[in-house]
Design a protein around this ligand. Structure first.
Ligand SMILES: O=C(O)C(=O)[C@H](O)CO
Ligand SMILES: [Mg+2]
Length: 258
């Protein structure tokens, strides 16, 4: 049975971020993920996890200058020092929060730029991270983002990310399989799951097309959850969706998994 993690960046937004840990625990979650921890001291977040008996299972490297259109810097040629700084900071937080997975954001490739150079820059920076994280047993996750969410992101297809994982060639680097993006770009989710089996180490879910609770839209998540059980997937499933209304009003789908 899948282990579900509440995504505190998108769920429980009825309350301030630091109150979402308690809200998620009260709703029955034992695991949490969120985009970025860096606005808060490590000990504040650690206390929130401990007080609510929660395990952190994922967060991202920093986004860069979002106002300027950045969404990760690790693929941007010339920004290697920023990438390594972000990776080092992410390692500090992962160790402090006992978090087993870190998603390294690649970045946007502006039209007309040299895609191959961005790709090689990302490969080199992820290898830097993989070698630093390896001794601590922390996994690195790479994610494809659909163009309607993040135009010109380094990878849009799960197959592009799978190629990166193979080229990077490190034992602790895996695909972050977000079924919302996978359905929007690749489809064929059952066979895709078979293709990625052994190469993905985190899953995220949301309905398509609305990115709401996994109990509506064109993906049959009951089937997906059974598929994950069938292949023996032992990672977490991040609930990275925008609730239709009040978060707790939309948790009927979660009841059988508490
Ligand atoms: O956007 C997503 O699906 C993610 O999981 C990243 O964390 C942020 O782009
Ligand atoms: Mg995602």
């Amino acid at each position: 049975m899948p282990k579900f993690a509440a995504n505190l960046s998108m769920m429980f937004t009825e309350v301030p971020f630091l109150a979402r840990f308690e809200a998620a625990a009260k709703a029955g979650f034992k695991y949490v993920e969120y985009l970025f921890p860096y606005d808060y001291p490590k000990d504040v977040l650690k206390t929130k996890l401990q007080d609510n008996d929660l395990q952190q299972v994922l967060f991202n490297t920093a986004a860069g200058d979002v106002q300027a259109g950045e969404w990760g810097v690790s693929a941007i040629p010339g920004r290697e020092a920023d990438s390594h700084r972000d990776i080092d900071l992410a390692l500090e937080y992962a160790l402090a929060l006992n978090c087993p997975n870190v998603h390294i954001m690649s970045g946007v490739v502006p039209p007309g730029e040299n895609y191959a150079k961005y790709k090689q820059t990302f490969i080199d920076n992820v290898r830097y991270a993989a070698d630093k994280f390896q001794p601590h047993g922390i996994k690195i996750l790479l994610e494809a983002l659909s163009p309607q969410v993040k135009p010109n992101y380094l990878t849009a297809s799960q197959f592009q990310t799978l190629e990166l994982v193979d080229l990077i060639d490190r034992d602790n680097v895996f695909v972050q399989l977000d079924y919302f993006h996978a359905q929007n770009v690749d489809g064929n989710l059952t066979r895709l799951t078979d293709t990625l089996n052994g190469k993905f180490a985190h899953v995220q879910i949301a309905s398509v097309p609305e990115r709401h609770e996994p109990d509506e839209g064109e993906i049959n998540y009951r089937h997906i959850f059974d598929k994950l059980d069938e292949i023996g997937y032992e990672g977490w499933v991040g609930c990275e969706y925008n609730p239709r209304g009040k978060t707790t009003d939309g948790l009927g789908w979660f009841k059988p998994y508490k």
